[in-house]
Ligand binder design. Structure first.
Ligand code: OGA
Ligand code: MN
Length: 299
């Protein structure tokens, strides 16, 4: 082989976008203003957003006029996307996007209408729960429809040392089925799950206190929606402790309440917060697109 001088053809580095990261007053969350998530993001801009996500746990990107494909592309920079067990509400042609909506067309719901009816961390019932989720506003109600986020690092830090010691070795079961029949009674569109779906949502067991894989910070990792019992504890004691932890995890001082504005895309860290849909009056249409990124095995 003769050595020849080679010409390396590479794209010029992407220019950085000008944008601000502004902590929301009196809260842990932050607003990101001036970025266009539909445009290619330089590695430097991505690193800034990634760090802000770790620091603030909830990022609110204002004025995003982006397509579902662009939401998917941005989400994929953080990891593999997870497909929800309710396939019925996948966006046509974009299976990674789950439609969250209370809208009915010809009597049929077009999306998951009761997403977030109880406090939860997305997909905590999987062996690999979600790293984070992104919701992009499509249609917003004139009133209601807020989403609440509770900081689980703060909830953990505020525990007494003696309770922290009790919790340290504990694990708890998380199950998609925990509230399924209750939700089904209220939302009859919810199908009885097929054997294949049941296999997809077999319960998982996770530490009650998890260590964030990127920041090393501890967080409570239990929720009213999916956590069913403390592993190897008797039922009564298990229920009593979980009730105490659910109450602790959602104290008002740990909560950021998001009031949606047109064009908002909210990206939260499911390892750091639990969240809740505050509720929308039935007659006011609401539609958002969700993408969900796969995370680590909690430890
Ligand atoms: C979700 C969810 C809350 C909301 O989509 O994961 O919990 O306010 N949504 O729609
Ligand atoms: Mn959710």
């Amino acid at each position: 082989m003769s050595a020849r001088p080679s010409i390396v053809l590479s794209d010029p580095p992407l220019a950085s976008q000008e944008f601000d990261i502004r902590p929301v007053a009196g809260s842990f969350a932050a607003e990101v203003v001036g970025v266009d998530l539909g445009a290619p993001l330089s590695d430097q801009d991505f690193a800034r957003i990634h760090q802000a996500h770790l620091d603030h746990h909830v990022l609110v990107f204002r004025d995003q006029r982006i397509t579902p494909a662009q939401q998917v592309a941005f989400s994929q920079r953080f990891g593999t996307l997870q497909i929800h067990v309710q396939r019925k509400f996948q966006l046509a042609g974009q299976p990674e996007v789950l439609i969250v909506s209370n809208i009915k067309e010809k009597g049929e719901p077009i999306g998951l209408g009761d997403a977030g009816a109880y406090w939860h961390s997305d997909l905590s019932y999987k062996d690999r729960p979600s790293l984070g989720s992104l919701l992009h506003a499509q249609i917003l109600p004139e009133e209601g429809g807020d989403t609440l986020f509770a900081n689980q690092h703060a909830a953990y830090d505020a525990l007494s040392d003696s309770l922290k010691r009790v919790l340290a070795p504990l694990r708890a079961e998380h199950s998609y089925l925990a509230k399924y029949e209750e939700l089904r009674a209220r939302s009859p569109w919810r199908p009885a799950l097929t054997p294949a779906q049941l296999a997809e949502v077999r319960p998982a067991v996770h530490p009650v206190v998890r260590t964030h894989p990127e920041t090393g910070r501890k967080a409570l990792f239990v929720s009213e929606h999916f956590t069913t019992r403390i592993d190897s504890w008797p039922a009564q004691e298990s229920q009593a402790l979980l009730a105490q932890l659910f109450d602790q995890s959602t104290q008002p001082q740990f909560i950021y309440r998001h009031q949606w504005q047109s064009g908002d895309l909210v990206f939260w860290d499911n390892r750091s917060v639990v969240h809740l849909a505050a509720g929308t009056p039935d007659h006011l249409p609401r539609k958002l697109y969700r993408t969900t990124i796969e995370g680590d095995l909690p430890r």
